[in-house]
Design a protein around this ligand. Structure first.
Ligand SMILES: [Zn+2]
Length: 311
């Protein structure tokens, strides 16, 4: 490589870096956003007012834990601080050090780890809830997230609260190797403690839920709800197709497909999740309440559920 080639390559690198930085900053600061349905630009505040659901195609966009809890608890909730173990005990580095990746994720999201725990009430039923931030290293699960899950479980048991988890994430975090994989049995054991204490554990699958998350706490609920169109998988579609050498069915690994195959109990739109949880928890906890589930397509199919307080 002569000196001219070196200069040209360095120039290209600088141009690419500047272009990427400007684009990311512009996107973050712009009041406009768009949807994959290509229905045209829309104001971020309008998307937020519609609970981050596209008004054209009904796509449920990914949302932060803060927005998730605000929607679920009508802005009235409390964040529970969870322990943060020592960073990067393996000293992992690939194209960038894991420490730097964590630092950058924390700066971009304002969170210490990808999993956030909160408590609030739904129709006077106190619950403990977990939500994950996909923007924090793809909401992958490592030691800090495992600690957050265990803290949530402990809080639920101590307060006799149902535990509701909104799952999201690509799986276990490779930068923490076996430490990360060990969060699968840890979260499973924590859920067993909930069951021993007869505390309801409800999972709401959101886009995307994959890998070790699907292979552990995302599939151990007493009930499994899912947001419409969410990708819920263990291995990726392309990996499976490459292995079995067959084309997979249309809609494979979506909430609706899993509901039709019996792996998901209900697909619920974001605007209806709080009300649906209230109804389900009233039944599970045998609260003295009367609830009406309305089918929008058929007024005559209203279902009234009346339960008595357990003696
Ligand atoms: Zn759309």
């Amino acid at each position: 490589m002569n000196w001219i080639t070196k200069i040209i390559k360095a120039g290209e690198k600088i141009k690419t870096a500047v272009r990427e930085r400007v684009t990311a900053r512009d996107l973050a600061e712009s009041p406009w956003t768009s949807c994959s349905c290509m229905s045209g630009p829309m104001l971020k505040k309008d998307l937020k007012a519609n609970l981050f659901v596209c008004p054209s195609c009904q796509k449920h966009h990914r949302i932060s834990p803060k927005d998730r809890f605000s929607i679920l608890f009508s802005n009235n909730y409390e964040i529970i601080k969870t322990p943060i173990p020592k960073d990067d005990v393996l000293g992992f580095s690939d194209t960038k050090s894991y420490k730097d990746r964590l630092k950058s994720a924390r700066k971009n999201t304002g969170l210490d780890c990808s999993m956030v725990v909160a408590t609030g009430a739904l129709n006077k039923i106190n619950i403990t809830a977990i939500a994950s931030e996909f923007g924090f290293l793809g909401a992958s699960v490592a030691s800090a997230e495992g600690e957050a899950f265990l803290a949530a479980t402990q809080h639920a048991i101590e307060n006799n609260n149902p535990l509701v988890v909104f799952t999201a994430g690509g799986g276990m975090r490779m930068q923490e190797g076996m430490i990360s994989l060990s969060q699968m049995p840890r979260t499973t054991l924590a859920i067993n403690e909930l069951k021993k204490n007869k505390i309801p554990y409800i999972v709401i699958l959101t886009d995307p839920t994959a890998g070790g998350i699907t292979a552990s706490y995302a599939m151990l609920g007493d009930l499994h709800l899912a947001e419409p169109g969410a990708t819920v998988a263990f291995a990726g579609k392309r990996v499976i197709e490459g292995t079995v050498k067959e084309a997979l069915p249309i809609g494979f690994q979506t909430s609706e497909y899993l509901r039709d195959k019996g792996q998901v109990d209900l697909v619920v739109e974001r605007k209806d999740i709080a009300k649906t949880l209230e109804t389900l928890l009233s039944i599970l906890l045998k609260k003295n309440t009367s609830t009406i589930i309305e089918n929008e397509d058929n007024e005559s199919s209203k279902l009234t559920i009346q339960t008595q307080q357990a003696s």
